[in-house]
Ligand binder design. Structure first.
Ligand SMILES: [Zn+2]
Length: 311
């Protein structure tokens, strides 16, 4: 007897993650394995952005070996899930209040989702990265800004309106610098790469133009002011994380982003502070580990988020 078995067509999801410098995009399996990835510079205005998305979508379709089921967008800014638009994007004001859904529908012929980029990165790490198998975790990405997303009970915690997980904008220093969000002394303003440079400039009394990488290299070579610049940022990172641990008692806190490459320079003072300020039992149960997906977390998460809605 002849047995015929038709292999189910592999489901492919697409994701586009919009960052300040690049749009990262790719195709993933339903497990989050990357089949194809690419990047394109983030254009300066909405009109060019839509044009770029159109081109990216064409590339994704050309690269797909089977049908793309759906597409997920991760966008910077405060996402309003009811209105399906970015309420306010400090880093890309061109998105503010724009009805994105009908615009994207003109470009893409498969079902799609729109969400905040940091939430999508957290969802990616949760399903395909350092959060695999967990029920609760927080992702914190520290770079020029601080992005974060929260998973609770095996679900992305979106909040009532969609903008939950803004750990970068909790106050850790009441007298700190002004933040783009309108507040001051946010975790973002105290631990970002820009602040590490500013700390160093204040400590040395010199205004030489520097990057946080240069401060990092100086710290590694024994420059005390450079080391202190990181210790200060680590202190505030610890304050923020201790509050998050006491509030949510997560299984893991996953740390990613360019600034985390500083490793112990930032992490040791942060851990000291967490130990001091979180309930000891919570702290001993919560693992603090590096992210695994790097800058692909956003598009992987966006793709899997769309997959969770439309497959
Ligand atoms: Zn803020």
């Amino acid at each position: 007897m002849l047995l015929l078995e038709k292999k189910a067509e592999m489901e492919i999801y697409a994701g586009i993650d919009m960052g300040g410098t690049n749009l990262k995009f790719g195709l993933v399996t339903d497990e989050g394995d990357v089949l194809f990835s690419g990047a394109s510079p983030t254009p300066p205005n909405l009109k060019l952005l839509l044009e770029t998305i159109k081109q990216i979508w064409k590339i994704l379709k050309e690269e797909a070996t089977s049908r793309i089921i759906c597409l997920g967008f991760g966008l910077p800014g405060i996402f309003n899930r009811r209105a399906k638009m970015i309420h306010r994007s400090p880093n890309y004001p061109g998105l503010n209040g724009v009805p994105l859904e009908p615009l994207f529908a003109q470009l893409v012929e498969v079902p799609f989702t729109i969400h905040n980029d940091a939430n999508m990165a957290a969802y990616g790490e949760f399903l395909a990265g350092a959060g695999k198998g967990l029920k609760s975790m927080i992702l914190l990405t520290i770079g020029t800004g601080v992005g974060s997303g929260i998973i609770l009970g095996g679900q992305l915690w979106e909040g009532t309106n969609g903008f939950a997980g803004e750990l970068g904008h909790i106050t850790v220093n009441p007298e700190g610098d002004s933040c783009k969000c309108g507040s001051q002394g946010c975790l973002e303003t105290e631990v970002s790469s820009e602040k590490i440079v500013k700390n160093y400039q204040q400590l040395t009394g010199q205004q030489e133009p520097l990057t946080s990488e240069e401060v990092y290299h100086r710290a590694r070579q024994g420059d005390k002011a450079a080391q202190t610049a990181f210790t200060r940022a680590g202190y505030y990172l610890g304050l923020g994380l201790a509050s998050a641990i006491n509030l949510l008692d997560p299984e893991k806190i996953i740390l990613g982003g360019g600034v985390m490459k500083a490793g112990d320079l930032l992490l040791q003072p942060a851990l000291r502070e967490i130990k001091k300020r979180s309930y000891l039992f919570h702290y001993s149960q919560c693992r603090i580990e590096p992210a695994l997906l790097g800058n692909q977390a956003g598009f992987i998460g966006a793709a899997l988020w769309a997959g969770s809605k439309f497959s």
